[in-house]
Design a protein around this ligand. Structure first.
Ligand code: SAH
Length: 372
């Protein structure tokens, strides 16, 4: 195949493999999404009906409005500090934050306390967010990572952010677990295969019930850093709300997927041109947050969370104001709270991580004891 057939990112990935050998799936995913020149999020603003995928805030304003109510309640629980950093990780098109702030405006003291901090890796999306937030009367700052957000009382929100962070995969073989790597096969194609060396003592790091997994099982994990970073930030005077698709219990299986133009694609095809995501392991997130000294609440299903915050009443009020939009509002309500395979209510989960001194938090049940 001619060299110039490959996209610039694929050429770079092939060059790195030629120089350093096959790369872990997580490194491949990181390059595909956030390579500083050719990464998927760096080169495009692909969210929404016209993009590659639709997220809950893009389905309906109700989603962000209810998150806004939750955030205002969390602020009350924190003792209503005069100054609070409202942080969003991966704001995308900024739609959720616009809805959050519109809802928050009703709580005047809270609104006045907000300083907005947006954590966004994509220059394109950052530019779009700047345009869409231009009329807002709250101070706002952008950062490439959470580490740059200044200390002090903080509320963090993240919708479909963690699913975009790189996952590692290990595959069980006769002689033990091997990390899965991306390599170039004899015929020149990019392939995933087990790394040559076994991962030493890997089984011991797995949840007990997964240690005797059958051969060919795949286990995915993310580095703990993000849960630790969030936990460390919120354990004194803070709360974080994490919404994403994933599982409430640790399990086996491959969930890495590629999506282009609302359809599934092969993750190894056209690197940098597809959105790559993998399920979020909420059990591990919650445990990591607890280990670092924060307290986790949930996870609950997105359906239970939104119902707990009164989405059905909000939908009824919107329909009363706009009877002509009734069908649209009902469809959005079903998409956000339904538990069918193409609906978000069951697949998506909601987890809060907070200062152990605060709580209870609306629409979430602490499950710390349940996990023990
Ligand atoms: N929250 C939005 C967008 C979800 S897409 C919504 O619900 O519609 C994921 C978002 O996270 C995008 O804004 C993307 O640019 C950003 N992102 C992905 N990886 C990131 C990283 N490592 N650091 C900061 N932002 C990241």
């Amino acid at each position: 195949m001619a060299e110039d057939y490959y996209s610039p990112l694929e050429r770079e990935i092939r060059r790195l493999i030629a120089v350093a050998g096959p790369m872990p799936v997580a490194d491949y995913m990181r390059l595909c999404l956030t390579h500083p020149q050719y990464g998927y999020y760096v080169t495009r603003a692909a969210i929404g009906a016209g993009g590659d995928f639709i997220t809950a805030p893009e389905v309906s304003q109700m989603f962000g409005e209810l998150v806004g109510l939750w955030v205002a309640a969390a602020w009350q629980e924190m003792g209503a500090p005069d100054n609070v950093r409202l942080v969003e990780l991966g704001p995308g098109r900024g739609t959720m934050m616009l809805d959050v702030l519109r809802a928050a405006k009703a709580a005047k003291k809270f609104y006045a306390a907000i300083v907005l901090h947006l954590v966004e890796v994509s220059p394109k999306l950052q530019e779009l967010q700047r345009q869409r937030f231009a009329g807002l009367d709250v101070p706002m700052w952008w950062h490439p990572s959470l580490a740059e957000v200044p200390d002090g009382p903080v509320i963090i929100v993240a919708n479909e952010f963690i699913d975009a962070l790189p996952v590692h995969q290990a595959i069980k073989q006769a002689d033990g677990w091997h990390e899965r790597v991306v390599a170039v096969a004899d015929d020149g194609a990019l392939v995933m295969r087990p790394a040559q060396d076994v991962l030493p003592n890997f089984a011991a790091t797995l949840p007990r019930e997964l240690r005797d997994a059958p051969e060919a099982s795949i286990y995915e994990w993310r580095s703990d850093t993000v849960a630790f970073d969030i936990g460390r930030r919120v354990r004194n005077d803070g709360a974080a709300l994490i919404i994403d698709y994933g599982h409430a219990r640790q399990g086996l299986g491959e969930t890495l997927q590629a999506v282009v133009g609302h359809s599934f694609a092969d993750p190894l095809q056209a690197p940098g041109e597809a959105d790559l995501t993998a399920h979020v392991d909420f059990a591990t997130l919650a445990i990591s947050a607890d280990i670092i000294g924060a307290r986790s609440h949930g996870p609950v299903s997105q359906r239970d969370f939104l119902m707990g915050l009164g989405i059905d009443k909000r939908a009824a009020a919107l329909k009363a104001a706009r009877p002509d939009k009734s069908a649209e509002i009902d469809a959005a309500l079903a998409r956000l709270t339904g538990t069918g395979p193409n609906e978000m209510g069951g697949l998506f989960k909601v987890l809060a991580i907070a200062d152990p001194k605060i709580g209870p938090l609306p629409a979430l049940q602490p499950t710390v004891q349940e996990r023990q």
